[in-house]
Design a protein around this ligand. Sequence first.
Ligand SMILES: [Zn+2]
Length: 295
Amino acid sequence: MMQLGALFAFLLGLAFGSFLNVVLTRLPEGGSIVHPASHCRNCTHTLAWWENIPLLSWLLLKGRCRQCHTRISPRYPLIELAIAILWIAVWLRFGTPLYEPQLFAGIPYALTHCLVLLLGFALFSWLLVLLAALDMEHLWLPDILTLPGIAVGFTYALLRNGTDWYFDNPITTAQMARNRLIAIVAAAGIILLIRLAYWLIRRQEGMGLGDAKLMAMLGAWLGFICALETFVLAIFAASIAAILWLAFTAIRRETTPAPWAKMPLPFGTFLCLAALPEIFYPQWLWLWYARVFLP
Ligand SMILES: [Zn+2]
């Protein structure tokens, strides 16, 4: 049952990863998500069914279009694989009551409570990868994803509350609603404060409003502590990336090195990727810190 579920999660993840690629390609163009049928970006050759199988087709075609031999970005199979692996992880972490119902309060419990967790986190991880890729490719965190993401995350937190075998001390729905509203405002507030400080000092825009809405979304789904951890980890990772990027341009002695403060860093990408571990091990950074540094 566990292995069968993992296989199902993998195949479903590949399919939804493939759909993510479609959204990722077509959303910035403002076109329809469903029309026209999948085609080569270069020669508009419409893909046969066997050229449109997640992961396999890219390998079979050796990463090139069958007709015009243009290179197909490895982004396609990588994203399909990423969603498939994440969904297996979600199944293994949150599906336990479904494959070992005897450990819990029986099948009915398992079905209702476990499905909320499985569907919720499958959707959330899918959304995070989509936003990470959009910000990386286009420096764009569209409202059409983040704003509904806040609403769905908030609803999800209420559904999950009290039914979740992961929560040791359940709280009332009203308390949960209050907690998450505070989390949404506070998480967005971190970015807005930095934005304000940056503007006061340099008289120009630092972090984007898209980052603030993304942080609000993380607050809704994960709560404030996890959102704060995500922010700290993202800042850390982004700084390392910036230093590496600086070193790399210095080594290559590029004639016009961009001033580092103006380097367009897709901070949203770092935020989204840093949020992924919080799904599986909430507050892992704090728990790790407490174990290592506190007596
Ligand atoms: Zn082509």
